[in-house]
Design a protein. Structure first.
Length: 267
């Protein structure tokens, strides 16, 4: 099926490159001009009309506001995608928002939520982990695209279930990020070298994905900014809070957001 990636930033661009390398009939849509996309430039466009013949669209924009804009805004691609059969939402959003989205889409358009984990490095290496929500028949039909981009696939249930898994995963990821960065900063202040401390974490109960991959994660040393990956982590925990059960204890997730928001650049 003719496929499009909408939003070709840090995650969307390597996902589009993986699909192109796998031989898919691909188009990419982004606000940035095509000439900045290197080998991907010939299939890139800033014009939503370029997706008129696409059958599958994978959205990889930042948040619910940007998702609304690309689907329903004045410059949306959805009204122009006359042959679209499946919408795959790979942004990390509130599961509540994704479930409500199904009723806002044209009748007959399949909706699959497919957030992914692994950060840009896994996208570049084609080993993303996808958490999938939606009809099993459509997920089966879309597996060639998912296999081109990733290596682990978890069908969690109906629409919204994949997003639920992702925001809960990122709740843990954000907590370990905040804890590891805090521990390293304290260790440095107390005279313990980073490398020695991280070696202890790796061999002990302090081992985490963030700590184990600290030198490979491009954003590991960033300070918080709403526009960067630290900001996205905080946004994802807020999405988990939005979907939390009515009787859930919200203190811990809010404390994680606060901790991430206070992180300064680590050099």
């Amino acid at each position: 099926m003719r496929t499009a990636v909408v939003g070709c930033g840090q995650m969307g661009r390597p996902m589009a490159e993986a699909l192109q390398a796998a031989g898919f009939d691909l188009r990419g849509l982004d606000v940035l001009p095509p000439d900045g996309f290197g080998p991907l430039a010939p299939v890139m466009s800033t014009d939503p009309g370029a997706l008129a013949d696409r059958e599958v669209a994978i959205t990889v924009v930042r948040d619910a506001a940007q998702t609304d804009a690309i689907l329903f805004g004045p410059n949306a691609f959805l009204p122009r995608a006359r042959r679209l059969r499946a919408l795959v939402v790979s942004s990390t959003l509130s599961p509540r928002y994704v479930r409500a989205l199904r009723d806002r889409l044209p009748a007959g358009l399949a909706l699959v939520d497919a957030p992914m984990s692994g950060a840009p490095i896994a996208a570049q290496e084609r080993r993303l982990s996808f958490m999938l929500g939606g009809e099993a028949a459509w997920i089966d039909r879309l597996m060639p695209q998912f296999r081109a981009m990733g290596s682990n696939f978890h069908h969690m249930g109906d629409v919204g279930a994949g997003m639920t898994a992702k925001v809960l995963n990122n709740l843990i990821a954000a907590s370990s990020t905040a804890a590891t960065r805090t521990a390293l900063a304290w260790g440095r202040a107390l005279g313990v070298e980073d490398a020695r401390l991280r070696a202890v974490f790796e061999d002990s109960s302090g081992q985490t994905w963030f700590g184990s991959n600290f030198d490979r994660i491009s954003w590991a040393r960033e300070g918080f900014d709403p526009a960067n990956t630290m900001g996205i982590l905080a946004k994802d925990v807020a999405a988990a809070l939005d979907a939390a059960p009515a009787d859930a204890d919200r203190d811990l997730p809010q404390a994680i957001i606060d901790a991430i928001s206070r992180l300064d650049r680590y050099d």
